[in-house]
Design a protein around this ligand. Structure first.
Ligand code: G1P
Ligand code: ZN
Length: 542
C-alpha cells in the first residue's frame, strides 16, 4: 500500500564534503530522513525502474534507516535494491557493487569517521552509477529539492528480514540481500598477488589490523586472516558495533592510539593498519614508524607497479590540494600527470572515469584507485602488503629509501575543533581579504611567495569550484593551507595544513613538528588563530 504523506521543507538538508551528516537524533526526527531521501529521488529524476545499492557502516540507526529507504524506493517504483546483509556495506564495497552490478546508483548510510550512537552522528550519501559520490551538480539539486518538498511516498509494509541472503519482494520491488564481503574480496584478488602476500605472512611477518569496532572487521577477517593466513587475532576490534564500542573510528595517531602504542612498543608487529567507520580511510604504521597519508600516497605511487593490477603503470595521479606534494615528486620523476583537486573524493571521479589518473589520495587518510570510485582502506593495506611482499624490506627501510630518492615533504595537519562558527568565518574572511597584499611580505620568519583562494577547474567537464581553501606558499618550499571542515556537525573546525620540503641528506629524519615550526608560527601570525578563536593549541594533530 503506497502512502503519499504531506511534508514541509526542513532547513539545512545540504550535503557537505561527503553527503548529509547530522546528529543521529536529528535524522531520527519524524520525516527528516524521509524528506532527504525523497529530495534525493526527485533530484535524480526518480527511481522508477532503477536498480539501487543500499548499505551502511552499521552505526546506530543504520538498520532503521535502511528499512525506511527500502519502503521509499519501493513506493517510488524502483525495480531492485541490492542490500548488504543486515544492511551492512563498507563504502568501497558499496561503490564496487554499484559498478559490478551496473546499478543506477546507491545510498550509503554513514558519517564515516565521526563517532556513532544515538547521541553521536549519522549520515546519508548518494552515489551515482559510476560508483562515486554524487557530483556537486547533483548534491546541489538534492538540496534545492529538499527546500520545495510538499510530500513523500512510502510503502506501508512490515520491515524486511535483511539477515537472510537471497531475494524477496517488497511491493513490486525486488530486495536482494547479498554477502557484503564476497564481491569485494573477488575484486581484491584481481588486483593483488595473494600468493606473494600469503608467503610473506607465512614467513613470520606479523601484522595487526585495528577495525575500530567498525565496518571493516568482517572484511579484514575474511581477507587477512581467512584468505591470506594472517594469524588469528591479527584483526582486533573486529565486530562492528552501533556505537563503535565508544571508539572514534578515525584512523590517525590520536584516535588509533592503541595501535600506535603496540607498533611503537616492545615486540611490535612488522606492520600495523587501521580503517575508519565506513572502511574508506586507512592508517599505515610500521614497527616504530608512522607513515603519513601523504607519504603513503607517494610510496604507493612509486611502487604500485609491483602489484599485478597496476603492473602496466599508472595513468596519472591525483591528490587533494591540501595533501602534501610528496606524490608530485614521484609523478615528476616518473613522467606522470599529477592533479590537485579540492578536498573530497567526489572531485577524483571525473579524472578516474576519463582515464587521466589511476591512483589518488588525500591527507585525511584516504587513498584509492580506479578499481572503485571511493577511497578504500583495505585496498591500501593490501597494496602495502603486496609491496612489502615483493620488496622484502621493512616499512622503515621503504620510507628511508623513499625520502633519500625523492626528498621528504614534512607534513602535518592541525585541527581546531568545535570553535565558534562566526569566529571561524571571520578568521577566514579576514585572511581572504588580505591575500592580494601578502606576496613579498613576511609571516613570522618566512617570506610569502604566493597567496590564493584555491579554485579548481575540472579538466574533464570544465566545471569550476571556488573557495576551496586559502593556500599560501613561502620562499624556500614551505606551504600553508587554511580551510574550514565541511563534514562537522557541531560548530566549526579549522584545519591548518602545514608542509615543508627537505632534501638535505642529514635533514631527512627530523621530528615533523620541529621541522614545521616556522610554518606553524606563520600560520598563527597570518590566521590570528589565538586572538580570533581563543585557542593556543590545536585539538588534534595528525
Ligand atoms: C574530511 C577530510 C576530507 C575527506 C572528507 C570525507 O573533510 O578533510 O579529505 O574527503 O573528510 O572523508 P572536511 O571535514 O575537511 O571537509
Ligand atoms: Zn570514511
Amino acid at each position: 500500500m503506497i502512502q503519499t504523506r504531506p511534508t514541509a521543507p526542513i532547513a539545512g538538508q545540504k550535503p557537505g564534503t561527503s553527503g548529509l551528516r547530522k546528529k543521529t537524533r536529528v535524522f531520527m526526527e519524524p520525516g527528516y530522513l524521509e524528506n532527504f531521501i525523497q529530495a534525493t529521488w526527485n533530484a535524480i529524476g526518480g527511481v522508477a525502474g532503477k536498480t539501487l545499492v543500499l548499505g551502511g557502516d552499521g552505526r546506530f540507526f543504520n538498520d532503521r534507516a535502511a528499512q525506511v529507504i527500502l519502503k521509499m524506493a519501493a513506493a517510488s517504483g524502483a525495480a531492485r535494491v541490492i542490500v548488504g546483509q543486515n544492511a551492512l556495506l563498507s563504502t568501497p564495497a558499496a561503490s564496487n557493487l554499484i559498478r559490478q552490478r551496473g546499478a543506477d546508483g546507491g545510498i550509503i548510510l554513514s558519517a564515516s569517521h565521526n563517532p556513532g550512537g544515538e547521541t553521536e552522528d549519522f549520515g546519508v550519501k548518494y552515489n551515482a552509477a559510476n560508483g562515486g559520490p554524487a557530483p556537486e551538480s547533483i548534491t546541489a539539486k538534492i538540496h534545492a529539492e529538499s527546500e520545495r518538498l510538499t510530500e513523500y511516498r512510502i510503502l506501508d509494509a512490515p520491515d524486511r528480514d535483511l539477515g537472510t541472503l537471497g531475494e524477496t519482494r517488497l511491493g513490486e520491488m525486488t530486495v536482494e540481500v547479498v554477502d557484503p564481503v564476497a564481491d569485494y574480496l573477488a575484486l581484491m584478488k584481481t588486483l593483488f598477488d595473494f600468493d606473494a602476500i600469503r608467503a610473506l605472512l607465512a614467513s613470520g611477518f606479523r601484522l595487526r589490523f585495528d577495525a575500530m569496532s567498525a565496518i571493516t572487521g568482517p572484511y579484514a577477517k575474511a581477507i587477512l586472516e581467512d584468505t591470506l593466513g594472517a594469524a588469528p587475532g591479527s584483526v582486533v576490534n573486529a565486530t562492528p558495533l552501533p556505537d563503535f564500542g565508544g571508539h572514534h573510528p578515525d584512523p590517525n595517531p590520536v584516535w588509533a592510539k592503541a595501535l600506535m602504542d603496540t607498533m611503537f612498543g616492545a615486540d611490535a608487529p612488522d606492520f600495523g593498519a587501521a580503517s575508519d567507520g565506513d572502511g574508506d580511510r586507512n592508517m599505515i604504521v610500521g614497527r616504530g614508524v608512522y607513515v603519513t597519508p601523504s607519504d603513503s600516497l607517494a610510496v604507493l605511487a612509486a611502487n604500485a607497479h609491483l602489484a599485478p593490477g597496476y603492473a602496466g603503470g599508472l595513468k596519472g595521479v591525483a591528490r587533494s590540494m591540501p595533501t602534501s606534494g610528496a606524490v608530485d615528486r614521484v609523478a615528476q620523476a616518473r613522467g606522470m600527470d599529477c592533479y590537485a583537486t579540492p578536498t573530497g573524493w567526489k572531485f577524483f571521479g571525473n579524472l578516474l572515469d576519463a582515464g587521466r589518473a589511476s591512483l589518488c589520495g588525500e591527507e585525511s587518510a584516504g587513498s584509492g584507485s580506479d578499481h572503485v570510485r571511493e577511497k578504500d582502506g583495505l585496498w591500501a593495506v593490501l597494496l602495502w602488503l603486496n609491496i612489502l611482499a615483493v620488496r622484502r624490506q621493512s616499512v622503515t627501510e621503504i620510507m628511508t629509501d623513499h625520502w633519500a630518492t625523492f626528498g621528504r615533504n614534512y607534513y602535518s595537519r592541525h585541527d581546531y575543533e568545535g570553535i565558534d562558527t562566526d569566529a571561524a568565518t571571520a578568521l577566514m574572511d579576514s585572511l581572504r581579504a588580505r591575500l592580494p597584499d601578502l606576496p613579498g611580505t613576511q609571516a613570522a620568519d618566512l617570506r610569502i611567495a604566493s597567496a590564493e583562494d584555491f579554485a579548481y577547474t575540472d579538466p574533464v567537464d570544465g566545471s569550476v569550484t571556488e573557495a576551496q581553501g586559502l593556500q599560501i606558499t613561502f620562499e624556500g618550499g614551505a606551504r600553508l593551507v587554511l580551510r574550514l571542515s565541511g563534514t562537522g556537525t557541531e560548530g566549526a573546525t579549522l584545519r591548518v595544513y602545514l608542509e615543508r620540503f627537505e632534501d638535505a641528506p642529514d635533514r631527512l629524519a627530523l621530528d615533523p613538528q620541529d621541522a614545521l615550526a616556522p610554518v606553524i608560527a606563520a600560520a598563527h601570525a597570518l590566521g590570528e588563530i589565538t586572538p580570533r578563536t581563543g585557542r593556543t593549541e590545536p585539538d588534534v594533530i595528525t
